[in-house]
Design a protein around this ligand. Structure first.
Ligand code: C5P
Length: 232
């Protein structure tokens, strides 16, 4: 895989106009874009179709979770858009429905095991009798057994998941990446692009280090060069 295909730019901007301006600025430096709640609910779905028509890949980070039938119908619609990745929460019913509904399309389902803002106390408050690492491992194994295409995980989790849980064909997509010297923002556990690739991540989701750079295109190109140098 080309190193450029490993970088996914988190298009965390408030409007389609801002997104289109950033995509224009980045040009060929970025081939893969993630659209989350902020942009998705501000015209981001039609914009995703525009990106796909322009030969970009799109990751819709919608973290679906509902009854199986509703998840399946939503996944079928996302598959028709031509998106590459879609996130769902790693509940067995939801994962089964999503995997069945994406059959025959090029859409790949990524499961979110445990949100990284959750600690053990948050899990206890939500009624779970698991620590975060236990629940991550349990849900990752369920995702594997159900045939989910990949996981969103922190770079810290990637090495263990890659070595001990997921099949070699499963994709690990890792946020919380900061090039050496970049501000970490609200990310508490960060890794460099090279370290994340070394830990077994296939794709890196990166937002602010590129969006807020004085020259976003140069920042993206530097990250791609670091991924390539790390053997990605
Ligand atoms: O700006 P930054 O590089 O921190 O953006 C990271 C992106 O990855 C954001 O879109 C954020 O929502 C997403 N993300 C994350 N941590 C997770 C899962 C997703 O930062 N555990």
């Amino acid at each position: 895989m080309d190193a450029r295909d490993r970088l996914i730019l988190a298009l965390d901007v408030p409007s389609v106009a801002a997104a289109a301006a950033m995509v224009e600025r980045l040009g060929d430096a970025v081939l893969f874009y993630k659209i989350g709640y902020q942009l998705a609910f501000a015209g981001g779905i039609p914009f995703a179709e525009t990106l796909i028509r322009a030969n970009k890949q799109v990751f819709l980070d919608l973290k679906l979770h509902d009854i199986g039938n509703t998840v399946a119908k939503g996944v079928e619609s996302v598959a028709r858009l031509g998106a590459t990745f879609l996130t769902v929460h790693a509940y067995p019913q939801t994962m089964h429905a999503a995997v069945d509904a994406r059959a025959g399309s090029s859409l790949r389902i990524l499961a979110v095991t445990v949100l990284t803002s959750y600690d053990d106390a948050d899990l206890a408050a939500a009624g779970y009798d698991f620590t975060v690492p236990e629940l991550v491992a349990e849900r990752a194994a369920q995702a594997r057994d159900i045939g989910v295409d990949g996981l969103v995980c922190s770079a810290e989790e990637a090495l263990n998941l890659r070595n001990n849980v997921v099949t070699p064909g499963m994709v690990l997509v890792t946020p919380g990446i900061r090039p050496a010297g970049a501000a970490s923002g609200d990310q508490k556990r960060v890794m460099t692009p090279a370290a994340a690739i070394g830990a077994g991540a296939n794709h890196l989701v990166i937002g602010r280090p590129i969006l807020e750079a004085p020259d976003p295109k140069a920042a993206a190109e530097a990250i791609v060069a670091e991924i390539a140098a790390a053997g990605g």
